[in-house]
Design a protein. Structure first.
Length: 228
């Protein structure tokens, strides 16, 4: 399970790179084709939020929470704490959501269910919720762009910067800290049992939707990524 989540992180990172390249081009006066931005936002909605976060929020985090091996607030990770103490992005994300006229944005259903409980995974869950708010800003920009409005390049690049910063750090923290802890706290047997439950999440989203998100990723990657 942890290996799959790590591979998914790689795919998500690649699409963050695409998003950054789009923002650079937009800043120089070349906004992304509306359909491409739309499908990239769709990728993050389906593959990152419903599929990847679905597995973390419904399977991994609750299992970790039950081990009692995780400190209150999530694994204490210096890299991560520094960022939140010196540069908490949530007020800026909330301001952007409000300015885009689409707020308030609540967390996704999965996060909502467990965020209110006494939960050791509270900090990673809040990061998922902040990422979701950021994605909604990008979705709003994408919709307006498809509707033919003037492209808000400054708002776009600010939202992309926040989204990328937040997700890169979140992913790094999971890869280097949370998943390492999960491997020792849960062990192979429990992790294998969690993997078996992944099918229900796949069925709920629909195999076709997941495949289509991955096809989108492949096409955008071919066109935009410099480091392929
Ligand atoms: Fe996560
Ligand atoms: Fe993750």
């Amino acid at each position: 399970m942890l290996r799959d989540l790590g591979l998914e992180h790689q795919k998500i990172r690649e699409m963050l790179e695409v998003l950054s390249v789009m923002a650079e081009a937009a800043a120089e006066g070349a906004p992304p084709p509306p359909k491409e931005l739309e499908s990239l936002v769709e990728f993050f909605g389906v593959y990152l939020e419903r599929f990847h976060h679905g597995k973390e929020e419904e399977l991994l985090f609750p299992a970790l929470n039950q081990t009692g091996r995780v400190d209150q607030g999530g694994p204490y990770c210096g890299l991560f704490m520094d960022y939140w103490i010196t540069r908490n992005p949530i007020p800026e994300i909330e301001a952007r959501v409000a300015r885009a006229g689409i707020g308030p944005v609540g967390p996704t259903e999965g996060v909502r269910e467990i965020l209110g409980q006494v939960n050791c995974m509270r900090i990673p869950l809040q990061e998922h919720a902040a990422g979701h708010a950021c994605l909604e800003v990008l979705r709003g920009i994408s919709r307006a762009h498809s509707g033919g409005g003037e492209f808000p390049k400054a708002d776009f690049s600010a939202a992309v910067r926040l989204y990328c910063e937040l997700l890169h750090l979140h992913i790094r923290k999971e890869d280097e800290c949370l998943f390492v802890l999960a491997a020792s706290a849960l062990g192979d047997e429990k992790l294998a049992l969690l993997s078996e439950r992944e099918g229900a999440i796949r069925r709920r989203i629909g195999e076709q939707m997941i495949t289509s998100a991955l096809d989108t990723a492949e096409a955008l990657s071919r066109k935009y990524r410099k480091s392929r």
